[in-house]
Design a protein. Sequence first.
Length: 740
Amino acid sequence: MKKNSPAMMASHFLPLPRMGANRSTGHTPCLPQDASEKQAAKRQLQLKMARTNYNYTLTYIDGMPFSANVPKAEKFSDDYRALAARVISQVSDNFLEVVLSFFKLQYAQTIPAQFFDTLKRKPEKFAQQWQQLQHDLAQNLAQNLPQNLTQTPVEASAPRHQALLQALSQIAHLPQDLEKLLGGLAKIQADLQRDGPTAALKSLLHYTMANSGKRNFLQASSLDDFTHMYPRLPLPQALQLQPQSWMQGDQLPCLQDWYFGYIQVAGYNTTLLRQVAASEVAGASFPTLTQLLQKMPLSDQAFQQVIGDSSISLQRAAELKRLYVCDYGFLQGKKNSVLHGRERYLSPAIALFYWNPQPPAGYAPGSPALQPVAIQLAQQHHPEQAPIFTPNDHADANDANGLKWQVAKYIVNAMQAIHHESVAHFGACHLAMEPVAIATNRQLAREHPLHILLKPHLRFTIHINTTARGNLIIPGGVVATNVGPDLDCSLNMIREAFLARRFDDCLPPRLFAVNGLEDLPDFPFRDDTLLLWRAIKNYVATYLRLYYPLDATVQQDTELQAWINELVATTHGGFRGMDGLRQTGNPAQPVEIDHLDYLIDIVAYFIYLAGPQHSSVNNAQYALMSFGPCVMGTVYQPAPQRSTELHSEEDTLPWYPPLDVVLYTSSFEYLLNNVQYDRLGDYGGTPSMPYFKDARAQEVLADFQQELAQIEADIRQRNRKRPMPYLLQLPSMVTNSISI
């Protein structure tokens, strides 16, 4: 068989080995206008019943639509729970190992290491072990305490007794701490069965880490401490990078400038990058150079010293479309949070990048790169309080050793992680798809071809979102621990982004144009995701044309018109900016979709959002966001100023999270990255019982699967030439739905 032949490519999309894979829908597709009188009555009854189960609430975040409950058909299946349980077991094993290592550090002078080793192997023996430990410790102290031979036995016993009490007091809270740990491990199974994976993980980690004892031993003493969070898990991709001859210094690759630039285009959150224009561009959402320099007055001289080219001014770079910026002004005025008595800080930073055709040393030779140029950790420049940091201190920020530049990069990554978790991931993906799931079940009968098409792409979304709201987006939950702003501020950011979002501007080709990213020569997320977008759009177009041969067929579909009106209603779906809809002037049905091409765009985007877009932000979390000194969502010191003195790498440690927060974050992220229930284009079923009952749709799906297989091969070929493989849009790593 030839390499990449259709048969070989299609074999890549054989169903995943799981229990209870989806079988045929059991429904013959039928538009409402084609239904018999009896079928129409049956559809109407079915939809009336669905509207008793699927309803909206707008009170969790003011004006944003959520499901009022979790209908039975939306709940996690047994095979999904089994998959989640396996991943949680891996997380638990790793978590226990790391936590026991924390205890070893704290009690190293008092408790023999073998106690912890035995505890790890047989945690159910804790009570017996603890009693034996106390006996052994007392006996050891009695035998080894120095004795003054001139003292009487009574006089000698007093200091010995005192020393014994003191030694025991040092470990007095150990039983409670370990009972808490072991109790969390035992409790996880019940929580998993009742509430799903996010609840189980939250119970385990929050229960264990809510420690009333001293926490100083959880503060890192070196960068190396952060690499010890994964003893039982595969290393994150950021730590798997190997040093190359072109890299400079002995820094880990993920802490170097080339990596900082690269993750803006192939990282965990590529939604904030914008072009810096030489002049105003109509309809654009990116700034001009004049607007940028009003906030961040970088000089041409400093810019040229950083890029290593005295012939290119900032103005010329903008004219050549080589200047790009990430601006975190949305954090201006947002409230810091406090965790375990420690404040975490926000910085409305600005990070400037230059697309350098010939980057300096420290970048892959012969390859252009997005080079970080300057960082300002505030929206307005101040020579002392908000200086401009650059590599090699070309803007005179009193940073000759580059340590403040390193901290500034971490702070920018943290601000990007904050936006990622709240806005780009939870808000723009999870919450955007939830009303689609509700409206589809309320307005499209199960026999409707569009309901059949969308069903695999809505699987478990309502349930995972509901468990997230009940267990993660709460005081003391994952968001409050892992993300820097006050919880109310995080929710407000989600709402602000929801109100500002325009549907048509979210379609990938339009999105890249609006943000000025069409001309960026190398943008792995854009380049790979457009392959998937085109494949999905072609799939949707071919499928829908089976049932909608004419625009008139779209206009006559009463269920479709009700669906689209529910999606845009502010009291229901709340989608804004669907400008391809026709205004009817009828209050009962304010809009109409009257063109098949626009319906194709809408449906393709929902499948894209549930699949590639969500996977690009979800799957990046453990891979790229779980190594403390590189990316975390919290900053534990205010932004460095010009007068701040940093003399060694150890001086940078106070900005990074404590090790328990790093463990909490990386454990949660591993879960999110590894509960992959299915993959894009795999709807389950068997040759004798395929998902689609319509044989024509089966052929359309087979063509889609073949195209995805070719895309997989193309991306893998691209990755051979990239400084770091971009894995987040590989079709095999993309799920059908937002199910985790």
